[in-house]
Design a protein around this ligand. Sequence first.
Ligand code: SAH
Ligand code: DHB
Ligand code: MG
Length: 223
Amino acid sequence: MGDTQFSDIDSYINTLFAPTDPMLEAALEASNGAGLPAIHVSAGQGKLLYLLARIAGARRILEIGTLGGYSSIWLARALPSDGRLISLEVDSHHADVARANLERAGFGERAEIVVGAALESLKRMAAAGETPFDLVFIDADKQTYPHYLEWALRLTRPGGLILADNVIRGGEVLDATSEDAGLRGIRAFNAALAEDPRLEAIVLQQVGVKGHDGLAIARVREA
Ligand code: SAH
Ligand code: DHB
Ligand code: MG
């Protein structure tokens, strides 16, 4: 089966299970209009994030890498009305677009975008004794994924979930000799996720409208 067929079938699945709606459409239009790159998750991937958050009963969600807030909207939709989403973004233009998109989608109160290098924000949150999260979604700069995992572990409650996008990268992840910093980060992240005794994890290979990539799914063990 070729890439076209995978993409067609993904479209078929998305049409059935993650049909677009005015809020998501408006968020993507505003993001495109503001010149943001179209590297957001697909509708189906967003639905999967939403479902994982619902299954986990998540009330507090941390996202690392906001862009225009497309995945943030999917995650925020999984929250109860008194739930909280905090999303970390280094680019203030991206953050402005995301804030407007979240506001339009009705999540102005529930969602907060924190501008700054995510590693610094994570350190600050941990030092300030931030209440642990039920779910952390990692989707920012790939070379820093191993560090994001360490901080995510400190900030996730036992039994909570740590998810990460883009962990297969069209199969480039097989190249142990790559000197690409992002790819090395992803390889180190996957290895750490597999080995860490505090976690039980799997990587879900994904093919479709966003090409070939993968989502890591990990559960933090109770002590
Ligand atoms: N989660 C989004 C896509 C995120 S794209 C969605 O699916 O809709 C990755 C984002 O991470 C970009 O907006 C980029 O600006 C941001 N980013 C890159 N390096 C970062 C860093 N060091 N700290 C915080 N955000 C970063
Ligand atoms: C890139 C980042 C992403 O989060 C993604 O889903 C796809 C691509 C990137 O930086 O190239
Ligand atoms: Mg991504």
